[in-house]
Design a protein around this ligand. Structure first.
Ligand SMILES: Nc1ncnc2c1ncn2[C@@H]1O[C@H](COP(=O)(O)OP(=O)(O)OP(=O)(O)O)[C@@H](O)[C@H]1O
Length: 251
């Protein structure tokens, strides 16, 4: 059965007089990969920040398993936050820490596990992500592709229920980009987490996400499967996914 993990219900957000989210309603289904697409500056990262709890809506609600997150008590909020993790655009690894220490950090900060238990979990993730022999190195000593894998290992080390990826392939060459997509798809299936990916990689992202949500003008203009978006005839959607430039720009 398809269970809604996260729901946004009529979410509005203004920055000063600038409306960014204008009544966003969407559902993130448990165990699936959902991609959020849309032009630059349309509010995709702002939307992620609402789910993480870094921003609060001016109007509307965000629900986790049917429960409004802003009405949770402190313990419920802590539990909810501990079930999710994120992989940021630039990896956000700490240069002064080794790969091992970077991956261990969420367990040291967010759990009461013993040093031995943390070490075991970190080693498991290092092996799973083919990073077995780089644990002692620093981020500056490894390649960009490896850094992405380290960021992924860190995002997955807490066994999260929901993983948010904000443009995980930015700045990667086509081979590394495919590798990161394959990695997300593989671990989403084998570890069973729910993935939410903000991406500009069209059409590649359609191959790993089962659900696509497109935002334009602060609203959801498409929500459906990756097969249906490619057949969508709504001009704003079809032009965007084909990268068509409006004739006034060509002139
Ligand atoms: N803290 C903030 N204060 C004021 N305005 C903000 C803030 N955060 C985001 N914005 C504005 O909200 C709009 C949406 O920004 P956001 O970063 O969500 O876009 P995006 O769709 O993720 O873009 P991109 O694809 O380029 O990453 C932009 O106009 C941005 O300037």
């Amino acid at each position: 059965m398809e269970t809604p993990l996260i729901q946004l219900d009529n979410v509005h957000k203004y920055f000063g007089r600038n409306p960014v989210l204008c009544g966003i309603s969407l559902t993130i289904t448990e165990g699936r990969t959902t991609a959020i697409i849309g032009k630059s500056g349309e509010g995709k990262s702002v939307l992620l920040k609402h789910i993480i709890g870094l921003l609060e809506p001016d109007r509307g609600e965000i629900l986790y398993r049917g429960q409004p997150i802003l009405k949770m008590n402190r313990k419920e909020t802590r539990d909810f936050r501990s079930r999710m993790s994120y992989m940021f655009q630039g990896c956000a690894l700490f240069d002064s820490m080794t790969v091992f220490e970077n991956i261990a950090l969420p367990l040291q900060e967010g759990t009461r596990l013993s040093t031995a238990a943390i070490s075991k979990k970190v080693h498991t993730r290092l092996e799973q992500l083919d990073l077995g022999n780089v644990g002692k190195l620093y981020p500056s000593q490894i390649s960009g592709g490896m850094m992405k894998r380290v960021a992924m290992a860190r995002a997955l080390v807490t066994d999260p229920e929901l993983v948010l990826f904000d443009e995980p392939t930015t700045g990667l060459d086509p081979i590394r980009k495919n590798a990161v997509h394959a990695m997300i798809s593989h671990y989403q299936k084998t570890l069973g987490f729910t993935a939410l990916v903000v991406s500009h990689e069209i059409p590649d992202i359609f191959h790993i996400a089962q659900e696509i949500v497109m935002i334009d003008g602060g609203k959801v203009v498409f929500s459906g499967s990756s097969q249906t978006i490619e057949a969508c005839s709504t001009p704003v959607v079809s032009q965007f996914i084909r990268g068509e430039v409006h004739s006034t720009f060509i002139d």
